[in-house]
Design a binder for this molecule. Structure first.
Ligand code: ZN
Length: 323
């Protein structure tokens, strides 16, 4: 089993920029490129495989036809999606449903749990996570009264911060922030407020009633929001295995859908790929993995059964795996 390299799919967005060209050398489609779907089998952006014996297939096709590569994981769709998001301007304030709401109201779609690793941001950058309404009535009053300033919980953000966003949690990425997002494979977003912006002369649709259905009241901190430098979680399968691994592997979170780790390679290390499969992204530097060269901005899958994977170089990775 060999590492599988993927070609990202790019999305133009009214809030997007051109930073991914400068930062990663991507051939982006325009100067409003907001999203790079880096590891995705979603029908709206199914990545093409660019290495090994499955070159030319999409990840969705590989998932359908070669489930052994994914440790015979079950499910009718690939479970995760890795994105890079370049927010030159503010994203709409939004919320996602959970699986049961999405299944009932969105044609059997999955809900969306997501997490953000802040790749870079402006010095005074902020993000929105949560709200200040204490009751559902108060939430409704503030939304219909357009009291956005009072409602929205805005917090400062720094390079290297990590945030978990559960379904029901109001959130928005603000301008000047570059993030790597690991999420459930879903595209269901309820837009609560879009700063009254126009796209092609029109406001993008809002989804107030769905938002009111799914927003958690009052706001509660999601999962284990962790800042860099915090300790490893001893529950992590990976960090528990070998003491040498702990030196460079940092467990960021495990929730019901995914685990996410940050890895800082400097020299030679061995990664034991004992998950069904792992998703990997090079966010800094470069490395050689199992004899294949990887550069900043490369995204790949480590298939089932790889066992010990040799890594060499100086690089920072974000890895994830399904739970
Ligand atoms: Zn979101």
């Amino acid at each position: 089993m060999k590492m599988i390299l993927l070609e990202p799919v790019f999305k133009q967005m009214i809030w997007g920029g051109s930073r991914m060209r400068r930062e990663y050398g991507y051939d982006i489609p325009g100067d409003n490129t907001g999203e790079c779907w880096a590891i995705s089998a979603h029908p709206q952006g199914d990545c093409t495989i660019v290495s090994g014996e499955y070159v030319g297939m999409t990840l969705g096709q590989l998932w359908e036809s070669h489930r052994e590569i994914f440790g015979n994981a079950e499910g009718d769709r690939f479970p995760l999606l890795t994105k890079i998001i370049d927010a030159q301007n503010d994203l709409s304030i939004q919320v996602h449903p959970d699986d049961s709401y999405a299944k009932e109201h969105e044609n059997g779609s999955l809900g969306k749990m997501e997490c953000w690793y802040i790749l870079d941001c402006d010095e005074d950058a902020t993000i929105i996570i949560g709200h200040h309404a204490k009751t559902r009535q108060e939430l409704e009053d503030m939304i219909y009264g357009a009291k956005w300033k009072e409602l929205i919980r805005e917090i400062p953000v720094h390079k290297g911060d990590f945030f978990q966003i559960n379904p029901g949690c109001v959130h928005a990425i603000k301008g000047g922030t570059l993030i790597l997002e690991t999420q459930q494979n879903s595209d269901i977003t309820y837009r609560l407020y879009d700063y009254d912006r126009l796209q092609d002369g029109k406001k993008r649709p809002l989804h107030i009633s769905q938002s009111l259905d799914v927003i958690t009241v009052p706001f509660e901190e999601c999962g284990a929001a962790k800042m860099p430098g915090m300790n490893f979680d001893s529950n992590s399968a990976l960090s528990a295995q070998s003491p040498t691994k702990n030196a460079w592997f940092e467990h960021l979170i495990t929730c019901e859908y995914y685990s996410v780790w940050k890895a800082e390679l400097d020299g030679e290390e061995t990664l034991c790929q004992d998950q069904k499969f792992m998703l990997g992204s090079v966010i800094e530097g470069g490395a050689v993995l199992d004899g294949c060269k990887l550069e900043k901005g490369d995204h790949f899958i480590l298939p089932a059964g790889m066992g010990d994977v040799k890594l060499q170089g100086k690089a920072t990775f974000i890895f994830s795996a399904m739970v």
